[in-house]
Design a protein. Structure first.
Length: 192
């Protein structure tokens, strides 16, 4: 099941829509594709890459037609839902024998994605200043104690209110999220 690529003009318009800098646009495109592939794989789809490409082709067409798109990822997921529904309604998909199924190393791919995510998380955690890293790790790590009690004790030890502690941790988490997202984008760009 091969998906034809978008025409060059539509593809160029899509890249320009994603980011004015062509290299950053390419990185964003690859990240969108990776997220769409994960979306289709989460539905046990044997053609995740092809359906992700079809979704991006439709996005390129919509951008070329001048469609107003405010949230690119949300719009892509909406397109992906339609692509998935159309795909799953096809008779050949529902009547495929086991022998006709394509060989796909899902376990290996999932393992690689999981390893990349873990490596990015560890990289970002190590990038925090020591005090912030210790604070967020302690905040998350309460194996045998209720979170509320442990966090109340943390706030008392730091001589701040529990609300101030939550705000402080939230700011650290925002830093981690930004770093994590950037790390994954760089990883997706390397996969080209």
């Amino acid at each position: 099941m091969a998906t034809p690529p978008p025409n060059q003009e539509n593809f160029e318009k899509l890249l320009a829509f994603l980011h004015p800098d062509r290299e950053r646009a390419g990185e964003k495109y690859e990240l969108l594709r990776l997220k769409l592939v994960e979306y289709f794989r989460s539905r046990a789809c044997m053609y995740a890459e092809e359906l992700a490409d079809e979704t991006l082709n439709r996005l390129a067409k919509k951008v070329a037609e001048g469609e107003e798109i405010r949230d690119t990822m949300r719009y892509c997921y909406g397109l992906a839902r339609w692509v998935w529904m159309e795909h799953s309604r096809r008779p050949e998909v529902n009547n495929m024998s086991f022998d006709d199924l394509p060989v796909a190393p899902f376990v290996l791919q999932d393992s690689l994605v999981r390893k990349e995510r873990e490596a990015c998380f560890q990289h970002c955690l190590r990038g925090l200043p020591d005090k912030e890293r210790e604070l967020v790790v302690e905040y998350w790590d309460h194996e045998n104690r209720p979170h509320r009690d442990a966090r109340r004790e943390m706030a008392e030890r730091l001589q701040i209110t529990p609300t101030a502690l939550r705000i402080r941790v939230s700011r650290i988490k925002d830093k981690l999220k930004a770093c994590f997202s950037d790390c994954l984008e760089r990883g997706a760009a390397k996969m080209k």
